[in-house]
Write a protein that binds this ligand. Structure first.
Ligand SMILES: Nc1ncnc2c1ncn2[C@@H]1O[C@H](COP(=O)(O)OP(=O)(O)OP(=O)(O)O)[C@@H](O)[C@H]1O
Ligand SMILES: [Mg+2]
Length: 456
């Protein structure tokens, strides 16, 4: 048994209280005693109490009053009332208030034990249910990972299947596409989830610092090493080590990493003691590793070791079904952070967000949501609150649709717009430059822009 069930016996009559407590202690409960309702409340406030057994008639309060106070302090406490023979009304009243049970005096210990057993069974059932719910949550709801699109669903399935093994995983994908979130999700669904998840950014440090960061160093290993330091490989023992931007790993460090992968052992920088480690390695990169191999910048043997399983996260623009669920998720997150009440995007704003192509992927979408929420006033986020690159996107896309069902004039006008916008884009927005390119006067260009209401 993990924890003893704790029972508080409340009775102003000492002999009765002491006999009952003694019996309950003997059969394995953790027992507290109080000779008044007020004392009982003090005990409840400073101890974890599962069950209260209380007399009805006490000098300072009735058992019913005590129960009402207890419910306010901790509604999960089970309350059992002792009633004198023939006071059925009291019993009925307290049961209506939600007490667990009552028992008539003189107390029959067998009867009491049956009631207590029912409570214990119920408590176990509740905690089993909670455990089960947590397991289900973890299984079907990878932590903080929105995966609505079919492509992401497939990734989550694959991740779930490989999570339990120790196979190395290489996660590829553009910047901001969610490589690190996925790595964490894999860790937290694996058996290693109670052990550390440690990340190293292979691009952030120079070769020497990176090596001591990964493998640790001994005191005096180099100038400035004034004490021994444990590396990430040691810290991640039994857990998961996430090698972020692994494509940027210096060649010298690649050799050392290869050895850890092959033999599960290494030495700290400046040390001779061989250290054994059991880590699951997940790495990530947005670089083209095959190209790095051809250029001699990445060891092919290391690549095969890191890459037992490859997961490729597609850019957000190739899985637009994820946009809406992500908007919803980030909106909730930032509404909570900024203490705002209900806020929504207008329909037009949503349309724009769905059209945009997100070169910065999910990270960019997250920033956009945060940005617009901060700018917005009131309950509606409008297109005005969106960053300018998202707003512009709209005009380019919508204005240049060519469709055979449109009138001749409309199609010509659209083509005109396209020519002018392309010229403006190329000229970096400089109107006289664009006019020159098109071979028309600046005035002519401005006239057209004004006609379409697109001066800027
Ligand atoms: N599927 C997703 N569900 C929820 N949030 C996501 C998802 N994908 C990405 N994010 C969020 O987007 C941001 C960027 O994700 P992450 O850091 O994992 O990207 P990355 O691929 O590692 O980017 P980089 O290559 O720039 O390091 C994070 O704030 C992350 O929480
Ligand atoms: Mg990252």
């Amino acid at each position: 048994m993990k924890n003893k069930i704790s029972i508080l016996v409340v009775d102003d009559e000492a002999p009765q209280r002491i006999t009952l407590s003694g019996h309950l202690k003997n059969i394995g409960y953790l027992v507290y005693e109080a000779e008044s309702a007020d004392k009982a409340i003090n005990i409840i406030n400073s101890n974890i109490i599962d069950i209260v057994l209380s007399d009805y008639q006490m000098p300072d309060k009735t058992g019913l009053e005590l129960f009402k106070t207890i419910k306010k302090i901790n509604p999960e406490i089970y309350f059992i009332l002792f009633t004198a023979y023939g006071t059925v009304e009291t019993a009925v009243e307290i049961m209506k208030e939600g007490a667990f049970d009552f028992i008539t005096k003189p107390i029959n210990l067998d009867e009491l034990e049956i009631i207590l057993k029912r409570i214990v069974e119920r408590k176990t059932l509740i905690s089993e249910n909670e455990k089960l719910r947590n397991i289900l949550d973890e299984k079907y709801n990878l932590p903080n990972l929105i995966a609505f699109s079919k492509k992401m669903q497939e990734i989550v399935n694959l991740a779930g299947r490989v999570a339990q093994s120790k196979a190395t995983i290489l996660i590829r994908g553009e910047s901001g596409s969610g490589k690190e979130v996925l790595a964490k999700a894999i860790h937290f669904t694996s058996q290693r989830k109670d052990q550390p998840f440690i990340a190293v950014n292979c691009a952030a440090l120079n070769e020497n610092l990176l090596e001591s960061e990964m493998f640790g160093h001994e005191k005096g290993a180099f100038t400035g090493a004034d004490r021994q330091k444990l590396g990430r490989f040691e810290l991640a023992d039994k857990g998961t080590l996430f090698l972020d931007e692994v494509g940027d790993l210096p060649l010298q460090t690649q050799v050392k990493l290869l050895r850890v992968l092959q033999e599960g052992q290494f030495e700290r920088v400046g040390g001779t003691q061989t250290i054994h480690t059991d880590v699951r390695i997940i790495s990530a990169t947005n670089k083209n590793i095959e190209e790095l191999i051809n250029e001699g910048k990445f060891r092919e043997d290391l690549y095969y070791r890191l890459n037992v399983i490859t997961i490729h996260i597609p850019p957000l623009r190739e899985r637009k079904e994820d946009i809406l669920p992500l908007i919803d998720y980030f909106l909730k997150k930032y509404i909570q952070e900024t203490n705002r009440s209900k806020v929504e995007f207008s329909k037009e704003a949503i349309d724009l967000l769905l059209k945009y192509n997100y070169p910065g992927n999910v990270r960019e979408l997250e920033n956009i949501i945060h940005h617009s929420l901060v700018l917005s006033r009131g309950e509606l986020i409008t297109t005005e609150d969106l960053p300018s690159n998202v707003k512009q996107m709209q005009k380019e896309k919508v204005d240049f649709i060519d469709d055979e069902n449109m009138s001749f004039t409309e199609r010509v006008e659209n083509f005109e717009k396209k020519l002018i916008f392309d010229a403006l884009k190329e000229a970096g927005g400089n109107q006289s430059k664009a006019a020159r390119k098109l071979g028309i006067s600046e005035r002519n260009l401005r006239y057209r822009l004004e006609k379409w209401g697109l001066k800027k």
